[in-house]
Design a protein around this ligand. Structure first.
Ligand code: HEM
Length: 393
């Protein structure tokens, strides 16, 4: 098969056989049926090298298959360094660790509602989707009653990246931007009155982003904070939901596997890493070449979009033993689910914490879970998760 097609319905339903063909036979694959056409890299060593070589494989034109202008952290140094440095000041390991108790409480509230409802329920809708939305909206200080809307907007933003007609999503994206801008402006006003001594400013990520400054005193503008907040929302919601659903799906597919996890919850951390390797929620992202690149006998021309397939690299037999086997207790390896290098996922620790808590609560509260069927795949071709996962308690 020299015609690997990421949009083919069979590939969408189960991309792994396609990864094997790319890995074994077409390490540089040209996909012509997209505007613009793009190249695919699949081998671990090639994806790893491309992620490290940010001068040749640039993020300046977006992470998706289309050419977009640099925006916030979706850029190269020095813009990327400026943004990432300020966001890291606000999004520290201490801030994330402090969320642990709250995440445990949310997971138990969701389990309470499940126990009070029908024995058959949707693990996506009733558990894995609300958890990260609640966490990120509380982190940003967005009122609780707007969360459903928040989720719809962030899903639209993600879907627009890989959709044939991204303009279809222009309206929800503009609504999200207007909503966040209003939130930022309100917070900016509060910070202004704080300086005049008569306001209590909520201690959340929006405030921290507005206060962060570089050593030379540079700060983020309101537009910058908007771009960061929407990147956190888009990068952190559906991906974390997919991690929880993908892991539970694979584990429940083999009832003995679920039983083992319930009996040995210390395996949860390894199971999360194995799920990230085997079923990464982001299958791959794009870079744009800044010069001709000669690789495995093919020249990728300057200015080409290159799809770096993290999911394929995670199945490379040169790096992982028996890569197509899901092993609950596989020793932790260097999977690429969170990318690598300067753009390595800023939310990786938060995502791992949420998944750990979510799965542990299910082991404790809903240990007799069984899978009803495989549900349905989420739509965007470069993401991997279940939009429905029917289960019985
Ligand atoms: C399982 C869940 C997650 C997965 C699989 C994931 C995956 C990724 C990947 C692959 C990248 C690298 C992008 C690139 O190479 O261009 C990335 C970057 C990023 N992620 Fe995540 N992510 C997850 C959760 C989160 C969460 C919870 C947040 C925040 C709340 C977040 C925020 C970000 C941000 C801001 C970046 C950009 C970093 C930069 O360019 O410097 N992610 N993520």
């Amino acid at each position: 098969m020299n015609d690997f097609d990421p949009f083919d319905p069979d590939t969408l339903a189960d991309p792994a056989p396609g990864w094997r063909v790319l890995l074994d036979e077409h390490p540089v694959h040209y996909y012509a049926d997209f505007d613009p056409p793009f190249y695919c890299l699949s081998r671990y060593q090639d994806v790893d090298a491309a992620l490290r070589d940010i001068e040749t494989f640039s993020s300046e034109h977006g992470q998706g298959p289309r050419v977009t202008p640099p925006q916030g952290m979706l850029s190269n140094p020095p813009q990327h360094t400026f943004f990432r440095g300020l966001v890291q000041q606000a999004f520290t390991p201490r801030v994330i660790a402090a969320l642990s108790d709250r995440i445990i409480a949310i997971s138990h509230e969701l389990a309470d509602a499940i126990e009070a409802g029908d024995p058959e329920f949707d693990l996506h809708d009733d558990y894995a989707a609300p958890l990260p939305v609640i966490v990120i909206s509380e982190l940003l200080g967005v009122p609780a009653d707007h969360r459903r809307q928040f989720k719809a907007w962030s899903d639209a933003q993600v879907a627009a990246m890989g959709a044939p007609d991204p303009t279809a999503y222009a309206a929800p994206m503009a609504e999200l931007a207007a909503y966040l801008m209003d939130h930022i402006a309100t917070r900016r006003r509060l910070l202004g009155s704080e300086q005049s001594g008569d306001a209590d400013v909520p201690d959340d990520l929006t405030t921290a982003l507005l206060r962060a400054r570089t050593e030379s005193g540079q700060q983020l503008s309101d537009d910058d904070v908007l771009s960061v907040a929407s990147q956190l929302l888009v990068g952190g919601n559906e991906t974390t939901t997919s991690l929880i659903t993908n892991l539970m799906w694979r584990v429940l597919q083999v009832p003995a596997r679920w039983q083992r996890l319930v009996e040995e919850p210390d395996l949860i951390e390894r199971a999360i890493e194995e799920s990230l390797r085997y079923d990464p929620p982001v299958l791959g992202l794009y870079r744009t070449t800044t010069r001709d690149v000669r690789l495995h006998g093919t020249t990728i021309p300057e200015g080409a979009k290159v799809y770096l397939i993290y999911a394929a690299a995670n199945r490379d037999q040169r790096t992982f033993a028996n890569p197509d086997e899901f092993q609950l207790d596989r020793p932790r390896g260097r999977h690429l689910a969170f990318g690598l290098g300067v753009h390595f996922c800023l939310g990786a620790q938060l995502a791992r914490l949420e998944a750990r808590v979510a799965v542990r609560t299910l082991c404790e509260r809903l240990s007799s879970l069984t899978l009803v069927d495989d549900g349905q795949r989420i739509a965007p071709f470069f993401l991997w998760g279940r939009s429905r996962l029917p289960v019985r308690r």
